[in-house]
Write a protein that binds this ligand. Structure first.
Ligand SMILES: CC(=O)N[C@@H](CCC[C@H](N)C(=O)O)C(=O)O
Length: 389
């Protein structure tokens, strides 16, 4: 059943309490990439309460474009919020915890959506000259919604001239904004390796090719790539987050599967890492008499913040708000927003939410006070960009 959205529009901008209620409602219905059906319906139930002469809404797959119309538009300012959750069993102990067993908003996309609605409501009530386009984007965690959404006919028609987004930062206190001009997030590629050998009786290993042993060996070998093949002054990560293989304790495994992700700061290192993975996998095939298939899944372009715009945003926010604006370093996180900023000038920033547990953790508990911080920052900044000649 789709949770009914609260009544939010009575001719006034949304109140803090309403935004917190929305965040908690969204938190209860996490859905993974391109399955965000209830989430989309919940968002539409809210968006449809705003006056249609000020807001045009179009759905795209499980996402939504929402255009707040400007009074005398010369340009369109874009704001993107990702909407998918993760396959994690929640352990926050919230009384509003996920009602979808095994799924959780453990990357803060419930915050991202709520903040977007708060900003949108501000511009319904406080019209500016330019259009503001909100992109509620599916599948950020995978397989990647940014690229197809931006290449859709709707995005072509409403193409933003600049685009911004934020990501919650559990390690930063509420009231902190952190970003940097240039490279912010890494290049990423998913990594799936399927191994096929020969199964058999646990007592007769000499008659089999054991894929559990091969998979363990491969995980260890992969660690040498970052240690020995990547320039230490560059950075790379190979994480295998999941291994599956075999059927039962006394049968030697015929199949195994490794699932992971590769992160690099440079495009060149990504190519190098993949070459080395392929070489090690070839060696494994010979050494363990098995067949291996590598699949790189979804690959995300690095997030490269447009330098002048980001510097201007940092300076403006430091001067015009009471928040702590910090220059941060690059992170090995990935974001398909990188595709959007490779096509449209824009930037992303971290929003401090002060949680003792980090992103992708079952106990992530971001502080809801950060919602109003983000709405204030973006309402002011977008107004400033619209007034800028
Ligand atoms: C901000 C964040 O946590 N993003 C994800 C993006 C995942 C991309 C893809 N599924 C992969 O694992 O490579 C991240 O894990 O950084």
């Amino acid at each position: 059943m789709i949770k009914s959205a609260p009544s939010v529009y009575g001719g006034e901008k949304m109140q803090k309490e309403q935004l917190i209620q929305i965040r908690r409602d969204l938190h209860q219905i996490p859905e993974i990439g391109f399955q965000e059906v209830k989430t989309q319906q919940y968002l539409l139930n809210i968006l449809n309460q705003f006056p249609s002469e000020r807001l045009e809404i179009k759905t795209w797959r499980t996402g939504i474009f929402a255009l707040v119309k400007g009074t005398n538009p010369k340009k369109t300012i874009g704001y993107r919020a990702d909407i998918d959750g993760l396959p994690i069993t929640e352990e926050t102990g919230y009384d509003f915890q996920s009602t979808h067993p095994g799924y959780m908003h453990a990357c803060g996309h419930d915050f991202h959506m709520t903040i977007a609605l708060g900003i949108l409501s501000h511009f319904i009530e406080n019209p500016i000259e330019d259009h503001v386009l909100f992109l509620f984007q599916p599948a950020e965690e995978g397989p990647g919604g940014a690229e197809p959404m931006l290449n859709s006919e709707i995005a072509m028609q409403w193409k933003p001239d600049i685009i911004t987004a934020l990501h919650i930062a559990p390690e930063l206190p509420v009231g902190t904004i952190a970003t940097k001009p240039g490279l912010l997030f890494a290049n990423t590629s998913e990594l799936f390796i399927d191994l096929k050998g020969k199964g058999g009786h646990a007592a007769y290993p000499h008659n089999t090719n054991d894929m559990v042993v091969a998979a363990c060996s491969l995980v260890t070998q992969l660690q040498s790539i970052v240690a020995r093949n990547v320039d230490p002054l560059d950075s790379a990560v190979i994480t295998i987050g999941k291994i599956t293989g075999g059927t039962v304790q006394n049968i030697i495994a015929e199949n195994a599967r490794l699932e992971g992700t590769i992160r690099t700061l440079s495009v060149e290192s990504m190519e190098k890492v993949k070459e080395r993975i392929e070489a090690l996998v070839k060696g494994l095939e010979i050494g363990y008499s098995c067949q291996a298939v590598i699949d790189y899944g979804a690959m995300y372009h690095q997030v490269y913040n447009e330098e002048a715009l980001t510097a201007e945003f940092m300076e403006y926010t430091a001067e015009q708000t009471d928040f702590d604006v910090q220059l941060c370093t690059e992170a090995m996180t990935g974001e398909d927003f990188g595709y959007m900023v490779s096509q449209i000038p824009g930037f992303m920033f971290w929003l401090g939410v002060g949680s003792p547990y980090g992103l992708h953790h079952a106990k992530l508990t971001p502080n809801e006070k950060a919602i109003e911080v983000a709405v204030e920052v973006m309402a002011k900044y977008i107004t400033f960009k619209s007034e800028q000649k």
